[in-house]
Design a protein around this ligand. Structure first.
Ligand code: ZN
Length: 455
């Protein structure tokens, strides 16, 4: 039987292609999970023998699916704790809780977090998992299984910490691993799960956690392993003044210079946060093609500061958006990060610091570039993966906003009429279709109560 072609027409299409073409109205044709055609007006006539699923997008805005460049899905089970702490105090109080996670709670948290990401327009997410308690089972595999179940495209990073408190790090010794265990598990994760192909749904990266929780040896060896395997590198960097002070005290230089000395700049690397870069650091990032995952809600929630997005973008640094873990951003909503990014950028740098369409770019093709996946996702162009969000803008909160892209970025979160990943529906009429939402919520509540010892 011939697979139906999906035709979306009647809505405004913001392609985010090289010239940021917008069609009002426009069409999108999806065949075999790929974009076959996109352009103005109605779709071209198809062979009458072809079965067609036709989506009436009148009153809607069609965009590429959003790309999330930084997350810790397991933290969905530890939301609402330490709600008034800064980063180091927040981490210090949460490490002992996270030391008790296992594959059960991680899988339930990941499924819930992924389900909500999908409901907020995300079609591709990365995850940075760096807590691997002994006896906790296959926690990385649990996140990959959850992404497959919910139906999102997934870049899972095998994170790590090897610098416990007894060796001068911030985390307690019970949540760190030894370097040999980490490197063996990292190589095994790449072998088991990494698919570099053009139709890939799962990729692996390596992600030592932060300068204050990993040794220089682990950073060097992780980079060697990643580059040998052809996978990407990620870590937290320049998130707080405390981290900057830690690096100057322990390494005698800024966080970015510490990473640069260890071979950690390049177009295969992206850093989460990047708030406290100086001008020299920004030039080094731009020259090397290193990307930044900007997490505005988490940064504000932890009082960490405001990322210099205008300066990073002007210098040519790839910038994407991240929700960060749900323990520091209880919303976990990707589309709302575009709004937060715009508001914070303008609060810091004035009205020209980030345009509405710049904000949508960071949420789509910008994020795809940060993940090294922009040849396949992040824009609506013939031949690319059909990862598509159809936002309904004809209901009360948005119906009279003249500019539909402004409605998406500046308005409240619109209902999602449809979300496709490789042409497959994940959300329809603002409900998940790949899983039962209340069942996901009930399971994470059950697991969270056991984890926190109050169930
Ligand atoms: Zn993070």
């Amino acid at each position: 039987m011939t697979t139906p072609v999906t035709v979306i027409e009647g809505g405004v299409v913001a392609t985010m292609d090289g010239v940021r073409a917008e069609h009002a109205p426009g069409h999108l044709v999806v065949r075999d999970g790929l974009v076959e055609a996109v352009g103005p007006g109605p779709a071209p006539a198809l062979d009458p023998a072809t079965p067609v699923d036709r989506v009436d997008a009148r009153g809607c805005l069609v965009t590429p699916g959003l790309v999330n460049t930084h997350h810790h899905l397991y933290q969905w089970a530890t939301r609402g704790l330490c709600v008034d702490d800064g980063l180091f105090g927040w981490l210090t109080r949460l490490y002992p809780v996270w030391a008790r996670i296992d594959e059960g709670v991680t899988g339930a948290a990941a499924a819930a977090g992924l389900g909500w990401l999908a409901r907020t327009g995300c079609t591709t997410t990365m995850d940075h998992h760096y807590v691997f308690p002994s006896g906790g089972g296959d926690v990385l595999g649990a996140t990959i299984d959850a992404a497959d179940r919910i139906g999102l495209r997934f870049l899972a990073t095998r994170g790590s910490m090897d610098l416990g408190r007894s060796r001068g790090g911030l985390p307690p010794d019970e949540v760190v691993e030894d370097i040999d265990t980490i490197l063996a598990a990292s190589a095994a994760a790449v072998d088991a799960h990494h698919d570099p192909g053009p139709r890939s749904r799962v990729r692996i990266g390596l992600a030592p956690c932060s300068p204050f929780s990993v040794s220089a040896d682990l950073l060097v060896e992780s980079a060697r392993l990643a580059r040998g395997a052809g996978v990407r590198l990620h870590t937290h960097l320049a998130e707080t003044r405390d981290e900057d002070d830690y690096c100057r005290e322990h390494f005698g230089c800024s966080p970015v210079d510490h990473l640069q000395k260890l071979g950690w700049l390049g177009d295969d690397v992206w850093f989460a946060h990047g708030i406290h870069f100086d001008d020299t650091g920004i030039r080094e990032l731009a020259a090397s093609g290193t990307g930044v995952a900007h997490c505005p809600s988490s940064n504000a929630r932890l009082g960490a500061g405001i990322c210099r997005t205008r300066d990073l973008r002007d210098a040519g640094v790839p910038v994407g958006l991240g929700v960060d873990g749900a323990a520091s951003n209880e919303a976990g909503s990707l589309v709302e990060e575009a709004r937060q990014a715009l508001l914070l950028a303008r609060a810091r740098g004035g009205p020209e610091a980030l345009t509405v369409r710049d904000a949508l770019e960071t949420a789509t093709i910008g994020g795809a570039r940060v993940l090294g996946w922009d040849d396949r996702i992040g824009s609506l162009e013939p031949g690319k993966e059909a990862d598509v969000a159809v936002w309904r803008l004809d209901t009360l909160p948005h119906a009279d906003i003249v500019d539909p892209v402004a409605a998406l970025v500046l308005g409240t979160r619109p209902p999602l009429e449809l979300l496709l990943v490789a042409g497959r529906p994940v959300v329809e009429r603002d409900r998940l279709v790949t899983a039962h939402e209340q069942a996901l919520a009930a399971e994470v509540v059950r697991r969270q109560r056991a984890l926190l010892g109050n169930g």
